[in-house]
Design a protein around this ligand. Structure first.
Ligand code: AHR
Length: 648
């Protein structure tokens, strides 16, 4: 087993100079917000846009129930489409299309969907199609579904007969014969007659972990490869919403997809909520991340109805007479995640296919809200109720949108009064801010609330940005006794639909582009520890832990015994130093060194996705390991405990 005793004179924290220090085992995670088409058109593998005809002007002034759809008749047939709300599939999902085919012509009459910037399909792959139909005419109807290219060439199709004189789900598989990045789906009725059409859906047969209603495999895998310790969801501003009516209500997002209550996204598009709370919990489980749901603190976003970030007075509270029910919704979420299958909400989880609990441990209440009387009153109600009913849940409070200022101070004051376990700090700043503030948490009072940095990023995706974050992250490890969690934000964005930049991962219909910042996050998350070992690494010259361009850390993963060294250098010159490994027992001869380096302005893009990639090599270890790391680099050395034994 590796052992470390106090070494070196460089005390990195006055209170525990030189001694190993327990740090958070959940330090580096991710924050998923349905922003920039992160859910629909993104992680959620559904390929049909506006499958339920619920788009409206409330989402976007240009939108209506036929957005992304077109009437289709290319075989001289004719008929009409009507948008109806009478007798829908489910009252929660009111709109559908009535197709009245008066002459089916040669090819039938129907509708076609453009997907999200086209539907990407691949030859040899199978796609799962489904639709709800309600045959209104006396006779059965012949139905054809096809994927076609822009010129109308058929890429794959299937046919079936619709008979049921009520809403019924029909499911078909479509095998594709040609690649196409922007196919369209065509649904054609090839008989005269009337039929209601709703919930037109197309998924790749293979989704992440093969779940029905699942996630897009490549994007999900890219996220999983970070190996995040936790995932915060479903937002951000999306959570507290654009006005009280737009607050994200988790209960609207579970159950059969055709019965969920869709709604406008605060980021000016539509949420089908096909990726809802069940799917979020399941995805967290799939990627080994602890779920961290965030619920509104009974108030809407302070920017509601106003210009983003001008500080409008749009915060509104849920009326007090409705707060009892809202608080109950919060308690019910805990039961949904953790309750036995015999409980009301645990039973719903089991019905969805997951009788085992989701092991909810953390719960966020509020998102960078303005700390007003309206907020405080509601936050306290929720906080007290959760504490009383579920003392086992770790509540995360909120301290405004900035690293300082009025809401920050008021939020912390409230956290002190209530002894909130963890508070959520947010900051989006220049890279220089991160480099200058590496001592931020050294001075934090260890007796106050712990910190979750729920959102942070330097403004950009260059290597220099990523390194400023890396330098800062070494300071988070050093302060991992007070900083419990941290997540870069935002996580993913669809190219052409970005509401926010920068992001950690960009994607289009069929490709995923990790940024340099992604690789930095991945290095820290995959090389985290639960013990911080101060003083192991020393840099030459005058460099100190508060230096504005470099950061070092040494952590140990107690379970495996692995020790990890990190040296982040945002300097324009190389940096030399030494790691004193003499106190490690059974030091292996070799270790793996991973380096991310390059020109400071370099970045990965859709055109040049591999400009900067981590490079790994095997290095020889000595009791005193001398190193010189390049200018603008992050170096991570993983010393594997098991490797020591194997080499004996
Ligand atoms: O991450 C993007 C947005 O930034 C979040 O929705 C919000 O919490 C913050 O202001």
């Amino acid at each position: 087993m590796f052992m470390l005793v106090q070494i070196g004179a460089q005390a990195q924290q006055k209170s525990a100079a030189g001694k190993p220090k327990k740090i958070s085992p959940d330090l580096f995670g991710i924050f998923f917000e349905d922003l920039s088409y992160a859910a629909d058109g993104g992680l959620y593998a559904e390929l049909i846009q506006n499958r339920s005809f619920e788009y409206s002007q409330a989402d976007n002034r240009e939108w209506n129930p036929m957005t992304a759809w077109k009437y289709q008749t290319d075989g001289f047939g004719y008929g009409t489409t009507l948008q109806l709300k009478l007798a829908p599939v489910h009252p929660n999902n009111p709109h559908y299309i009535l197709l009245d085919v008066q002459d089916e012509g040669q090819n039938g009459v129907g509708i076609e969907n453009a997907g999200f910037d086209g539907i990407p399909v691949r030859a040899g792959k199978t796609y799962n199609f489904s639709v709800f139909l309600n045959v209104i005419s006396a006779q059965s109807l012949q139905v054809k579904v096809a994927l076609v290219d822009r010129k109308g060439k058929e890429l794959g199709s299937s046919a079936f007969t619709a008979t049921e004189k009520d809403w019924k789900k029909y499911a078909e598989q479509i095998h594709i014969n040609f690649d196409d990045d922007s196919a369209k789906l065509v649904l054609l009725i090839k008989s005269k007659g009337k039929v209601g059409v709703d919930m037109v859906s197309l998924f790749p047969e293979v989704t992440f972990k093969h779940h029905e209603n699942g996630m897009r495999a490549d994007l999900a895998q890219m996220i999983a490869d970070i190996k995040p310790k936790f995932m915060r969801f479903p937002g951000g501003c999306l959570t507290h919403g654009d006005g009280v009516a737009n607050i994200y209500r988790w209960k609207n997002t579970i159950g059969p997809v055709e019965q969920r209550i869709e709604q406008r996204n605060i980021w000016n598009y539509h949420q089908s909520v096909g990726l809802g709370y069940f799917e979020y919990f399941q995805f967290c489980e799939d990627i080994g991340a602890k779920p961290v749901p965030v619920l509104a603190a009974g108030v809407s976003c302070q920017n509601s109805g106003g210009t983003w970030r001008i500080g409008s007075t749009g915060q509104k509270g849920i009326p007090m007479e409705e707060m009892k029910a809202y608080v109950q919704d919060v308690l019910d979420l805990i039961e949904y995640a953790n309750g036995p299958v015999t409980s009301t909400w645990g039973a719903k989880r089991a019905t969805a296919g997951h009788p085992a609990p989701f092991h909810l441990e953390y719960l966020g209440i509020g998102n960078e809200d303005k700390i007003t009387g309206v907020f405080e009153e509601r936050f306290r109600m929720i906080y007290d109720a959760v504490r009383k009913a579920h003392p086992e849940i770790k509540i995360i409070g909120t301290v405004g949108p900035s690293p300082d200022g009025e809401d920050f101070d008021k939020g912390w004051k409230l956290a002190d009064q209530l002894s909130v376990g963890i508070v959520d700090e947010h900051y989006y700043e220049k890279p220089q801010w991160f480099l200058k503030n590496t001592a931020r948490y050294d001075a934090y009072n260890r007796l106050r609330s712990k910190v979750y940095i729920g959102e942070y990023a330097s403004w950009g995706n260059t290597l220099f940005n990523a390194l400023s974050e890396a330098v800062y992250m070494t300071s988070l490890e050093r302060n991992g006794d007070v900083v419990r969690m941290a997540s870069y934000a935002p996580l993913i964005a669809r190219i052409g639909h970005t509401s926010w930049n920068p992001n950690l991962i960009y994607f289009n219909g069929n490709k995923v582009f990790p940024t340099v910042n992604y690789y930095v996050q991945q290095q820290f998350a995959t090389n985290s520890g639960d013990e911080y070992l101060p003083g192991v690494i020393k840099l030459e010259g005058e460099k100190t832990v508060n230096d504005t361009t470099t950061g070092v850390s040494c952590v140990r993963d107690v379970a495996t015994g692995d020790v990890i060294l990190k040296i982040a250098n945002a300097n324009n010159t190389s940096v030399a130093g030494a790691a004193d490994l003499s106190k490690f027992e059974k030091l292996p001869k070799l270790a793996v060194l991973t380096v991310i380096s390059g020109a400071p302005e370099a970045k990965n893009s859709a055109d040049n996705p591999q400009t900067i990639l981590p490079k790994s090599s095997v290095i020889n270890l000595r009791k005193k390991w001398y190193f010189t790391v390049p200018a603008y680099s992050l170096s991570v050395v993983r010393i594997t405990a098991g490797a020591a034994d194997k080499r004996k």
